[in-house]
Design a protein around this ligand. Structure first.
Ligand code: 3PG
Length: 209
């Protein structure tokens, strides 16, 4: 089990993945995502102020804010201290998973192969990120990987855009789909919050039966 990941995501099937350079954009970004219907967001730890961004977005209150690109136990600690409610990793690292368990925060580690998935299962997880989904074979790869592991739920992420979304959501093993297409660094640099809201609303509408 991945702790209460499904509870934290609260039925959300879209996970906007954000790389935010300027913490001042965090509040309007959270507002654009939430008003577009997003219920969660993943703030990647790829920028110097990622913790401040998590804090500011969490303060908005309308989103379950998690941390992404968490590759060390120490980053997981900092993410949780900043208010992250879930932790996402691009790959599978036992020490990150163990730290998240210790902290009591749901973890979503990345896998790109059956071998990595079996490590996650061995450690008692039942939900994984499939990363980088498009580059490793897309929906075909996902279906093939899911077949021998009917108990596993996937959050495919990586290279997915609006055009690919429906194909992933149609796979029963998919819990949610992640991606940065709704709020790119370019949208943020240009302050294009109406477009972020529009792309988010479009994705959420497609994910709602
Ligand atoms: C991630 O860290 O999950 C990815 O960078 C998101 O992938 P995308 O930018 O290709 O959507």
């Amino acid at each position: 089990m991945n702790g209460d990941l499904e509870t934290v995501l609260a039925g959300a099937r879209i996970v906007p993945v954000l790389t935010v350079r300027d913490p001042a954009t965090a509040a309007p970004l959270a507002e654009a995502l939430a008003s577009g219907g997003a219920r969660c967001a993943e703030v990647t730890f790829r920028t110097p102020d990622a913790e401040r961004v998590v804090e500011a977005m969490a303060a908005h209150g309308g989103l379950a804010v998690g941390a992404g690109t968490v590759v060390t136990p120490e980053q997981a600690e900092r993410a949780v201290a900043a208010g992250a409610r879930f932790v996402v990793s691009p790959g599978y690292d036992e020490s990150v998973v163990a730290k998240c368990r210790e902290l009591g925060v749901p973890v979503l580690p990345g896998v790109a192969s059956a071998t990595e998935l079996m490590r996650a299962l061995r450690d008692g997880l039942d939900t994984v990120k499939l990363f980088p989904a498009e580059a490793i074979g897309g929906v075909g790869m996902l279906r093939a990987l899911a077949a021998p592991f009917p108990q596993v739920r996937f959050v495919p992420t990586g290279g997915i855009g609006a055009a690919e979304l429906a194909g992933y959501l149609a796979v029963p093993a998919v819990l949610a789909v992640g991606g940065s297409w709704m709020a790119t660094p370019a949208h943020l640099a240009n302050g294009d919050y109406p477009q972020i809201r529009r792309l988010t609303a479009e994705a959420v509408a497609r994910s709602t039966p």
